[in-house]
Design a protein around this ligand. Structure first.
Ligand code: NDP
Length: 449
């Protein structure tokens, strides 16, 4: 970890003190604070008005009981969360995660990241995040529905198109958003399309929302390549995960001429030297909700399954970690660098540990942090909100063009801000500072909030 100056150090100490045990939240805060020294040197008003202090404290944190019946009639109890972190730029916006590892510290790290990510999109959305320690794996459709209905029975009173607009994340896709929206509609007796994003295309959803996070990350990498007069053509890529973000990252990389040779799930990873067969992967993971060994079966042994490890020992030009937080550590980074990897873009939120990021930076690997590289998902959610507000629906081509333009804008803003603050080419510094300044200025303008 780099040393922080005294003001930032004091803020970080207070965060540790007020949020004991929330290690992922501490990590996310530290990562942002370590970019802000030149900002408070140039703009002391941010420190004077305690803007950074205030930004580290969520506006509201909601924790609730989620009781539901499983298929055998047994009562199950989970814990639900919604952290409404910052509404300076617009209604709270951020996904819901259903995964057994979820606790307050995970939701706070994700909500904190979301503030800066949403700011970077240039769209009017604040930052929030939510979820539950519910494990959807192995649950029937009926169990998922009953859980979602119970979850929304509490959540509905805290959300609304002008208040807080949740979407999907790990374990929450189109099926779950459908059940959540249906229950919101029953309770409120309102067809309030803009209350959730990631909806189905026939009932208020946006074209490209499903693909947006993966596509957006690849558009961002394409901008990095263009800045070096390069292209995806023939590039060997490794992606981790095989969920929403990973699948559409693979799809767009293949469209742009790259070849993805490996992906993973929580059981292990697949190496397919001919390139991942995307239709088969979608069938296994999206339609049949099975494990990657079913992919190997489908390939008739032409690909190899490695159990229990992540994908980073496979040599590649570009790595796109798209599974979960802290999935790529210092050893993995050293291996990637040794094997010639030149670009790493975070499809997931905070998948690289601080040690890994440090090694990439030292080795001059182009490193795109999640708050910039995976912002395409939330940006397209904001486009879905625009369509809902105007009762309109746009074509796939037009929406994809808007997404590509937003990713181009984020890329350029990161680079110009990094230049301005003395860290040319450093996307981490650029993303943190550009994201921060816009929120900080809005908070200053709105008084002591
Ligand atoms: P999904 O649930 O669709 O997919 C997650 C994938 O990661 C699955 O393949 C899953 O494996 C794997 N995975 C999850 N946890 C672990 C773990 N602990 N170890 C190994 N593999 C794991 O989620 P998404 O694709 O939506 O999200 C992936 C990441 O992208 C998250 O960090 C999320 O916050 C981030 N993100 C998502 C956005 C979106 O629009 N969906 C927007 C911006 C960021 P398995 O199938 O075995 O569970």
């Amino acid at each position: 970890m780099t040393a922080l100056d005294q003001t930032l150090h004091d803020i970080y100490d207070e965060v540790l003190h007020r949020n004991p045990g929330e290690t992922e939240f501490h990590q996310a805060v530290y990562e942002v604070l370590s970019s802000l020294e030149p900002v408070i040197a140039k703009h002391p008003q941010y420190a004077d008005a305690a803007v950074i202090h205030r930004m580290c404290e969520p506006e509201r944190q909601i924790i609730f009981r989620v009781p539901w019946h499983d298929d055998s009639g047994t009562v199950q109890i989970n814990r639900g969360f919604r952290v409404e972190f910052n509404s300076a730029l617009g209604p709270y916006k951020g996904g819901l995660r259903f995964h057994p590892s979820v606790y307050l510290g995970i939701i706070k790290f994700l909500g904190f990241e979301q503030i800066f990510k949403n700011s970077l999109t240039g769209l009017p959305i604040g930052g929030g995040k939510g979820g539950s320690d519910f494990d959807p794996k192995g649950r029937s459709d009926n169990e998922i529905m009953r859980f979602c209905q119970s979850f929304m029975t509490e959540l509905y009173r805290h959300i609304g198109e002008y208040t807080d607009v949740p979407a999907g994340d790990i374990g929450v896709g189109g099926r779950e958003i459908g059940y959540l929206f249906g229950q919101y509609k029953r309770i409120t007796n309102r067809y309030e399309s803009g209350v959730l994003t990631g909806k189905g295309l026939t009932w208020g959803g946006s074209q490209v929302r499903t693909e947006a996070t993966g596509y957006g990350a690849v558009f961002f990498i394409d901008e990095i390549l263009k800045a070096a007069n390069d292209t995806f053509d023939g590039k060997r890529v490794v992606v981790s995960g095989s969920g929403n973000v990973a699948i559409y990252a693979i799809e767009k990389i293949h469209q742009l001429g790259g070849i993805v040779v490996a992906c993973s799930d929580s059981s292990g990873y697949v190496v397919d030297e001919k390139g991942i067969d995307l239709e088969l992967l979608k069938e296994v993971k999206q339609d049949r909700r099975e494990r990657l060994d079913a992919y190997i079966e489908g390939r008739g042994g032409a690909a190899e399954l490695v159990n229990g490890r992540l994908t980073w020992d496979v040599p590649c030009d570009i790595a796109v970690p798209s599974a979960t937080q802290n999935e790529l550590d210092g050893d993995d980074a050293a291996r990637l660098i040794k094997n010639g990897c030149k670009i790493v873009a975070e499809g997931a939120n905070m998948p690289c540990t601080p040690e890994a990021v440090k090694l990439f930076t030292e080795a001059q690997v182009k490193f795109a942090p999640g708050k910039a590289a995976n912002a395409g998902g939330v940006a397209t959610s904001a486009l879905e909100m625009q369509q809902n507000a105007s009762r309109d629906s746009w074509t796939f081509g037009y929406t994809e063009q808007r997404l590509a333009a937003i990713m181009n804008g984020i890329h350029d803003r990161c680079l110009s801000t990094a230049d301005e603050y003395g860290a040319p080419g450093n996307y981490v510094v650029g993303a943190n500072i550009a994201g921060f300044i816009q929120v900080a200025d809005a908070m200053l303008a709105q008084g002591l909030i």
